[in-house]
Ligand binder design. Structure first.
Ligand code: HEC
Length: 202
């Protein structure tokens, strides 16, 4: 009886009961598969020929849920391979807000929040000059061309097709068009009453 009491109190004092909290890492008598070798993102790989741990999707593979048979929606091009002139997704407030959100995350670092190409990277010796999205040429380019610039990159601009899904790319384009309008607004774009206020006729 006494020996039992001693054993129980030793167990209690050393905290060997389920639910007890430990400060230090427990000793693993049988580590089994708790710790395994692994690669961390961006780590060098000795296994793959190109030395990169992070792998690109195999050419021609499509991730689950990403399939669509709408050629122009997915490629930004018409059947004859010319660029799609108009954004295939409908412009709604929700789409514009999503576009603004994604633009500010993915594009503004280079192109700035207003799209003039003076993003924060330009203050840190970024080696190339991001385009000013208000250039006449970019304002007039087909939505499908901008789609391809974003998805595949263009000259010194990196590709964003891996980070953004198709719907988001088209939403960003709607937002870039809104930015372009806002930076190139004319007197005629104002509602009638605002025009009257400014011209002093009311
Ligand atoms: C890392 C910096 C960087 C980011 C981020 C970036 N761009 Fe660019 N972008 C550039 C540079 C640099 C150019 C100029 C490319 C050239 O002409 O060599 C450019 C050019 C462009 C052009 C003009 C293409 C043309 O026809 O000449 C568009 C449109 C554009 N970017 C849109 C975007 C959008 C939308 C995003 C966000 C999804 C984005 N960019 C993100 C650097 C960036």
């Amino acid at each position: 009886m006494r020996i039992n009491l001693i054993i129980i109190s030793v167990l209690l004092l050393t905290g060997c009961f389920r639910g007890s909290k430990f400060e230090s890492t427990p000793i693993h008598l049988n580590p089994n598969m708790d710790n395994q070798q692994k690669y961390r993102s961006l780590e060098e790989s000795k296994f793959f020929e190109d030395g990169s741990t992070m792998r690109r999707p195999i050419e021609g593979t499509i991730a689950r849920g990403m399939i669509s048979d709408d050629y122009s929606y997915l490629s930004g091009k018409n059947d004859d391979n010319s660029y799609l002139m108009n954004n295939p997704i409908e412009l709604t407030e929700e789409v514009l807000n999503r576009g603004q959100d994604r633009y500010n995350i993915y594009c503004s670092v280079c192109h700035s929040q207003v799209g003039n190409g003076k993003g924060i990277v330009t203050q840190y010796d970024y080696p190339v000059i991001p385009a000013n999205l208000h250039d006449q040429r970019i304002r007039e380019q087909a939505d499908g061309e901008m789609y391809n610039t974003i998805v595949y990159g263009l000259r010194s601009m990196p590709a964003y097709g891996y980070q953004l899904n198709t719907e988001d790319v088209w939403s960003i384009i709607h937002y870039v068009r809104a930015l372009q309008r806002s930076q190139n607004a004319t007197f005629e774009d104002l509602p009638k009453e605002e025009q009257d206020k400014l011209s002093g006729t009311s």
